[in-house]
Design a protein. Structure first.
Length: 164
């Protein structure tokens, strides 16, 4: 497979998608989501990127983030995925696991070239659980940034300030 090109250092927000191996719904496990959130937070602290939107779906993840200059997006997302899978499988070691692959190898990203595009991607994240029939209302789905934007602060992942 050809290597995907990431256009880093554009100064724009990035809409990132990464998927579970073979699109399996591995993220229906609450503990898997908790570990993922923890690893995203650790990477945020290490690499100083801002998170302005997200959704964790059963078989994929969307992040809207603002990377600092010099951050290699593919490398950072790869680290998040690798660390999350290691922790998850270490906790599941008592189980017989036939397949220890959690994630697809790549991630896909889109540079948001305007504030309007950023808002559209955040809204896309928030509407994803409704489109997938996981919730009837955006506020019913815990694993997105929607509640943060409604003023709730007891959320899985805090959102950084974004001004258009």
């Amino acid at each position: 497979m050809p290597k995907l090109k990431h256009y880093d250092n554009t100064g724009t927000a990035r809409f990132v998608t990464f998927s579970c191996y073979k699109k399996r719904p591995l993220l229906i496990d609450e503990r898997a989501k908790e570990i993922l959130i923890s690893e995203i937070q650790k990477a945020r602290e290490k690499y100083c990127f801002k998170i302005i939107g997200y959704v964790i779906m059963p078989n994929h993840v969307h992040l809207v983030l603002i990377p600092p200059y010099g951050m290699k997006l593919g490398t950072v997302i790869g680290e998040i995925k690798s660390r999350m899978a290691r922790v998850y499988f270490a906790e599941k070691s008592e189980m017989v696991l036939t397949n220890r692959i959690f994630w697809q190898k790549r991630c896909y990203d889109h540079n948001c070239r305007s504030p309007k595009a950023v808002v559209e991607k955040i809204e896309y994240c928030h509407k994803n659980p409704i489109r997938a029939a996981l919730a009837k209302d955006q506020g019913e789905y815990r694993w997105s940034s929607y509640d943060w934007y409604r003023g709730e602060r007891n959320v899985p992942l805090e959102i950084d300030r974004f001004e258009c």
